[in-house]
Write a new protein. Structure first.
Length: 188
C-alpha cells in the first residue's frame, strides 16, 4: 500500500539518522540487507511482515510505528477505526491495523491482524521479554509456539512468548480476524 511505503521510507530514514547509523550499521542491527534498506528508504519496496519485524526489533520500536504515523496519543479518550488504518504488508497474506500503537506508559501494541486463507509465516524471535496475546474474533487459524501448532477458533485466545520462534497459519477457506496485544516489558 502506498501509504505504508511512504511512511516507512521516511520513518526509517529518521530512525537511522537519529541513531547516527550508516546503512551498514542499520543492516547489522536489523538483519535486513543494505540493498533492501536502501530500497525501503527510497520508497521502492513494500516490505514483508518479516522485514517489518526485523526493523522493529533492530531499532527497538513498535512494528505499528513503522506502518503509519502515531495518532494523537495525548488524548485520554481515543477512537480508532480499523477500516481506515488497515495496511497490507508486501507479502500480502495478511492485513494489519495498529489500533493502539505502542506507548511507553502502557508498554503494548494492540493490533487487529487478519490472516487470509493460505497464509503461513514462521516468525523469528522478537526482542527479549515480548509476550503476544492473540484472540480469534472470527474464523479459525493455528499458532505455533514451542514447536507445536495450536488450532484456535473464534472466541479462543492464546498467550505465548514472542521472544521465541513462533508461527501463524490459516489453512481454512475463510479469513481469520484476530486482536493481538504485544507486550514489550523492557522497552522505555
Ligand atoms: Mn510475533
Amino acid at each position: 500500500m502506498q501509504n505504508l511505503k511512504d511512511h516507512l521510507a521516511k520513518t526509517l530514514k529518521d530512525l537511522r539518522k537519529s541513531r547516527g547509523w550508516s546503512l551498514d550499521a542499520a543492516a547489522a542491527a536489523t538483519g535486513v540487507s543494505k540493498a533492501m534498506l536502501g530500497q525501503i528508504e527510497r520508497g521502492e519496496s513494500s516490505p514483508t511482515t518479516a522485514v517489518l519485524w526485523k526493523l522493529a526489533t533492530g531499532f527497538q520500536v513498535s512494528v505499528s510505528s513503522l506502518m503509519e504515523p502515531l495518532p494523537e496519543l495525548v488524548a485520554e479518550t481515543l477512537i480508532r477505526d480499523a477500516g481506515t488504518i488497515r495496511n497490507i504488508p508486501g507479502d500480502k497474506g495478511m492485513a494489519v491495523a495498529p489500533l493502539f500503537p505502542f506507548e511507553a506508559r502502557f508498554g503494548f501494541d494492540l493490533m487487529e491482524l487478519t490472516f487470509l486463507p493460505g497464509y503461513e509465516r514462521l516468525s523469528e524471535p522478537h526482542e527479549a521479554g515480548v509476550i503476544e496475546h492473540v484472540t480469534i474474533i472470527s474464523g479459525a487459524m493455528e499458532i505455533c509456539t514451542e514447536g507445536e501448532w495450536h488450532p484456535l477458533t473464534a472466541g479462543q485466545s492464546i498467550r505465548f512468548r514472542g521472544d521465541r520462534p513462533h508461527g501463524y497459519r490459516n489453512r481454512n477457506e475463510e479469513k481469520a480476524v484476530t486482536l493481538s496485544v504485544i507486550h514489550y516489558p523492557h522497552r522505555a
